[in-house]
Design a protein around this ligand. Sequence first.
Ligand code: NAD
Length: 353
Amino acid sequence: MTHDFVHNNLPSRVVFAVGARTRLPEEIDRLGLHRLIVVCTPAQADLAADLTSPLGGKIAELHPHATMHVPVAVAAKAIARSREIDADGCIAIGGGSAIGLAKAIARDTGLPIVALPTTYAGSEMTTVWGLTDAARKTTGRDQRVLPVTVIYDPQLTVTLPPALSITSGMNALAHSAESLYAPDRSPITSLIAAESVRALADALPRLVTDPHDMGARADALYGAWLAGSALGATTMSLHHKLCHILGGTFDLPHAETHTAVLPHVLAVNLPAAPQARTALESALRAADPADHLFHLANNLGAEMSLKALGMPEDGLRTVIDQALAAPYANPTPVREAELDHLLGNAFVGAPPT
Ligand code: NAD
């Protein structure tokens, strides 16, 4: 085999254990932080207050205003508050929305982030930031937005409803699947991605059977950590591009959109990505990874139709135009006919063809 690759390790500290949330004070001490802004969604304000109460006077502000896709106005307010209170660090508690808001703060102020993820979105392991303005989502990479410390506690994910557990897990699977055919993949990112797919595909059915199964929660979060790591080290392709457009343009829910789109993109891309296909076949123990992932999610109750998620029928044209406008890496050339075909299937929730 010919080995020819470049691999960059991202510098972050990961603390992973059932009960690890109680180690937050020692991790904050380790970083020498004293005036913290805590960001979360409104729904997780009580959880954030509970988790950070042992930090006492070090918490300068609880800012429970995170919303999906980081609207610029929400980001501007959080950045302004960080400056007003003279924060020296930011704690993000929640899923990709809370971590996304923390990233917006860090990108502007350089504040270090300590993240306690409560979904499987994986944003905490990447340097990718996103902002949405006037129905357009912009993303970029900046080393400053990578959390310096991530505390993974599977107990924090127990309250994640089964439906969101499945779609969030599919979101993580999408990171790993796309990293397997990324132009800048390396042997390490491919090993990480394959292990992530194995762990997630094994855990998701167990979570539906028993959402309190701590072994399954730990396996899913472990898979999500690996998926975020693979995503953070590679370039995203067609799948992530389409989901960014769909989320930013129609405000579609993030994890659900990834779930509905992934099987269709894989059906188009895997014939041109034999290494990724072999890795997915082996990790999923399935002859047709695209079809297998469609039925895995569908059988576990996920909504597979973009129409049902709120996409307007006349929106297909907008998505195709935006997807064709900016070139990006993809194993197969992205042409109008393929986009029309795969988005048509995803729109109605049909299996990939
Ligand atoms: P989210 O953070 O919006 O959470 C969805 C809902 O679930 C919210 O209402 C939240 O309060 C609730 N929730 C979260 N954890 C919970 C728990 N344990 N129990 C009960 N309720 C819980 O959703 P998400 O899918 O985690 O994140 C989506 C956002 O993250 C999008 O904006 C997406 O673009 C971004 N994202 C970014 C990256 C990146 O690398 N930059 C990667 C993945 C996702």
